[in-house]
Design a protein around this ligand. Structure first.
Ligand code: PLP
Length: 364
């Protein structure tokens, strides 16, 4: 299979798999147990926390392991009044009880709208909502102006959360202006079902009640191999950040050029300012074609691509992200998302383009 759906998930990195193995097989103790096998597991959990804290230049006490991006988003926003952008993942969007901040046609959130909403919402009340703006979007790959959004939130006395599920591993992160941040493991080559929530100064109410795991903030026996996988994958992604991004930018410009030159009916979704885009996601609409039909044609030739967000596909509704940037239902449904890792190759892109050419001719 030629895999161009890395924003949905990716394979566990081989080094990650090797490092995790002992925690399935030998050091499988419960980290709360006080004999050697338990203590080994506890050490692995705490070392993993330190590894991630080192990458982010924060305290290990500010990192809480969760089951992934969805839980981290839920935890940060649970029970609060929330303002978020219109292009958030549903894990954030489904919390909305205050307001949705629109985006422009490039996919960039309107900071002026955010400002006026917060100015109104915080005027005569001590009650402060939380603002949640994603670091980068999973469907169109646009990076949001989160430093400016956080500054506005703080100006009005609000906390700021960012869903960094798609950004983490692709760029340096400055936590000085972030109060809460969500990360997921399976987007960076760790196992599925693991992630973390960063909470500044460790200040977050507990959500899952039970035992005293995660300092009493998130009960339940820790998933030790998954936690180790998250730390090792994070470490590898950040050690290789520069070289990976060079490879990804190269793949991106090759794919973009080839699609633009070969398919006049194809249009890029989201900004064409490359500084405001992730290096690993390109979303195109193919006017006059159905994304799902193209996807199925490519699948028959052993090529996997997305049609918008994996979480949305199957429900038949046009993507809320694509609608938000002003696309018609027809344009939304003509969209394909190409996302890739540093391990994809230019040859694979050549194959993709050749099969797409056939699809475009046959399905005309
Ligand atoms: N947030 C974003 C931006 C995502 O892309 C995803 C997954 O696609 C999630 C949250 C959910 O993460 P998880 O699959 O770890 O629950």
């Amino acid at each position: 299979m030629i895999y161009f759906d890395a924003a949905a998930t990716r394979a566990v990195l081989p080094e990650v798999m090797e490092t995790c193995k002992p925690y399935f097989k030998d050091s499988y103790g419960n980290p709360s147990a006080l004999y050697d096998m338990g203590l080994d597991a506890r050490r692995a959990v705490e070392q993993s926390r330190r590894t991630i804290a080192n990458i982010l230049n924060c305290s290990p006490n500010e990192i809480f392991f969760t089951s992934g991006g969805t839980e981290s988003d839920n935890w940060a926003l649970n029970g609060r009044g929330v303002y978020c952008s219109s292009i958030e993942h549903h894990a954030v969007l489904n919390h909305i009880n205050n307001g949705i901040i629109p985006c422009n046609s490039q996919g960039i959130v309107s900071l002026n709208y955010l400002k006026s909403c917060l100015s109104f919402a915080t005027k005569e009340t001590k009650y402060k909502p939380i603002v949640s703006i994603m670091y980068a979007n999973n469907e169109i790959g646009v990076i949001e102006p989160i430093e400016d959004a956080a500054e506005i939130a703080h100006h009005f006395g609000c906390k700021f959360h960012t869903d960094a599920v798609q950004y983490f591993g692709h760029g340096e992160i400055d936590l000085s202006y972030i109060d809460y941040m969500s990360v997921s493991g399976h987007k960076i080559g760790a196992m599925k079902g693991i992630g973390f929530l960063y909470a500044k100064d460790g200040l977050i109410a507990s959500m899952i009640k039970g035992g005293e795991q995660e300092k009493g903030h998130r009960a339940g026996t820790e998933n030790v191999p998954a936690i180790v996988s998250l730390a090792v994958a994070s470490d590898i992604m950040y050690k290789n950040l520069e070289s990976n991004n060079i490879k990804l930018r190269n793949l991106q410009s090759y794919l973009y050029t080839n699609i633009s030159e070969n398919f006049p009916m194809a249009h890029l979704n989201g900004t064409d300012n490359w500084d405001e885009r992730l290096p690993n996601i390109l979303s195109f609409r193919f006017d006059g074609y159905q994304g799902e039909v193209l996807q199925s044609f490519l699948n028959d030739f052993g090529i996997a691509v997305g049609t918008g967000s994996a979480c949305n596909s199957g429900n038949g509704k046009p993507s809320h992200v694509l609608k938000s940037i002003g696309l018609s239902d027809e344009e939304c449904n003509s969209t394909i998302r190409f996302s890739y890792t540093e391990n994809n190759t230019l040859d694979e892109i050549d194959t993709l383009i050749n099969v797409l050419k056939q699809a475009i001719t046959i399905l005309r």
